[in-house]
Design a protein around this ligand. Sequence first.
Ligand code: ADP
Ligand code: ASP
Ligand code: MG
Length: 815
Amino acid sequence: MKILKFGGSSVGTSEAIGLLAEIVKKSIATGEQPLVVCSAMSGVTDLLVQLSQTASRGNDTTEAFWQLREKHLQVVEAYFCETQGVWKQLEQFFTELQFVLGGIAALHECSARTLDRVMAFGEQLSCSLVSAILQEKGVVTVYADARKLIATDNHFGKAKVNEAVTNERIRLWHSGLGEKTAVVTGFIASDAQGDTTTLGRGGSDFTAALFGAALAADEIQIWTDVDGFMTADPRWVSNAFTLHSMSYKEAMELSYFGAKVIHPPTLIPAITAKIPISIRNTFRSEHKGTTIQPNAVGNGHLIKGISSIRNVSLINVEGSGMVGLKGFGGRLFSCMASADVNVILITQASSEHSISFAVVPNDTDTALEAIQKEFELELFSNKIESPKAQQGLSILAVVGENMRHSKGLSGKLFQSLGRSGVNVVAIAQGSSELNISVVIDEEDLSKALNVVHDSLFLSPVKTFHLFIAGTGSIGSELLNQIAASEKSLRKEHQLYFKVMGITNSRKMLVSNKGEIPLNDWRGELNIKGQKADIEQFIEQIHQLNLPNSIFVDNSSNQTLVNLYPQFFDLNVSVVACNKLGVSGSFVHYNLLKQTARKNGVSFFYETNVGAGLPIIKTMHDLRISGDRFLKIEAILSGTISYIFNHFIGEKSFAEVVKEAQQLGFTEPDPRDDLNGMDFSRKMLILSREAGLKVEMEEVVLEPILPESCLKAKTVDNFFEELVRNEHHFNALKQKAAADDKMLRYIGVIEEGKIRIGLQRIDRSHPFFSLSGSDNIITFTTMRYKNNPLVVKGPGAGAAVTAAGVFADILRVAQN
Ligand code: ADP
Ligand code: ASP
Ligand code: MG
């Protein structure tokens, strides 16, 4: 025979009960002789607890009571035209419940004993319904109230089972069942006085195990709403996947640490009787689910699963007097046991100076008081310090029987936590090496679960969260490129980028419900966006606390640059095409680099010089491989490059500038390019990357334009001045032409100095044949001494710049 246990969601709606009926009928048809155990409909136990609390405060329970009736009535209506039989039975339960609630309200109190009685109605109601519906579908059933079968002590809320008595009762009852299929109420039992008790929340699994053990079942099937025991709770870890099999010990350990798919003590009767347990999905009954059996079977991963307990307090006892104090631990934990405090986890520093242990928040004060009392003398004589409690923590546990054979596992665990900025408050490792537990801040739990899962299960796809500032030509092109390459990145590189936030100078949007759709980010930003406020933007990123987050700055805004350290401190990497960051003061440049390094995050800004050309990365690679820069020569302004490439033959300088302006190659005011500021910034960045400690004032800039042109009031005046100064430009051009040379505006870094100026270069120079608006740069280094390394190509334009930004994002991902 087999035990089929259906959880709250499997009896939660009429549709679910329909699926349940199919499963039971199939089991009967294959000769499995099923015995059905059910929980209360989902949410009902909570509702009953709420009803008792409301009643005990003397408040009105009508609405919640109505909700409860309605939930059951809906199922009755879905299945029976003639509602008489079962509805009458349910009505009787409701009348009884109302009576009990009346008592609670009259006394203004609800004892643990009364609460158990109230909670029991949940299973009474659901099982009566299920039994009637199965009957309706042609199964001969009998409703069985487990209070008559499971004997417990009177520890209300979580009673201890007397297995000997229980087994005997179950066997006797079962022998009289004949061909009938029993539908047994989970969770509830009774004490020697006949008072209702419960087995602890989630205890229907336990009921199933007790029946399984008593009747030596072939299998216990736990039917729920997920495909089986998964590597982590799927509500928190989107990459979690179902495990085909696991050992009793592993399941026990994972469920102890919060994997609520099964209830911890469930397994004990099953383990003792060596009965296989399987976890199955009521809503996808074709899925094989997970089998839990005596021995572990490897599955190619370092661990089996990750689970967590939210909201715990850590109590710390320390003091020099503890060293060598015999029996200290014994006394400490016996006093916890006498105070009825459940200790979830213990860690002790090897110095014996301190012991920390975790408890549920409700037990915190009791625990502290118990310690004060037990160690009154030691506290008085300052042998130990007053115990302290730290609240708002969570425990994350990684579990697996294979862990003891896998070296480097804890390294991986702590590295992934550290890289995501998760602070580890305490660590415990079971001596069986089945489990490593870490205590962390509650607010980091979701992030921690995901990064640890990704790192230990080598998750097939690694997810990154992007926050994008600036939606001008580069920003919008970048979003297009991300959208266009989504499929291939996922398939070929196992990378997935989710855009979670976008801001421009007007509006901002940070999504806490999944990513922003890239096919309509503009519409989404307009409709759902708030007024832009960068401090708020950061705050929302902080609140989301997502792992693998990257801030992408496509703006030219100084305020954003000042905020980069805040991003780094939040463990968010930064990719910037904004040049103001690394071209500010040297102190700020250094601060950015140091803060990023300290937090273990990336800071990339390849597009600051030469758009998508590999310049900064090349310099970095040369430097770390031990090379040294002797000279760097560069043309880094596409605009100036274009102008001098076309300032040949008959054309006047003013004409060429006008032409460049009309083609959109210059800023609206061409002087913003021709004044050399942008070029200077780029040269400054290059020299810093080469290892020089320089400031903007040290860049020696020989202007292209005569003073009067720079000073002209309007753009039109500027062009007039250019015409007036034509002789100056003409002279330069003619002199160059006469010597068979080209005019080039070149930046040079040599012997610690940066100069930018107009040069006349001959045919042998690598810059002679530069065309269009290309950038070019040559590195003369110790290794590339006689034949410098040259990088050349388009150094401006939205498409290549966005591609460069995207490449930086990919570098962060692959780091
Ligand atoms: P039931 O109502 O069927 O008893 P529960 O809600 O008690 O179901 O348990 C099933 C839920 O357990 C799942 O919906 C899932 O969210 C949660 N869960 C937590 N950890 C895990 C895990 N490691 N594997 C599967 N489910 C898990
Ligand atoms: N109905 C009970 C609860 O919600 C028992 C169970 O579902 O297993 O805790
Ligand atoms: Mg459950």
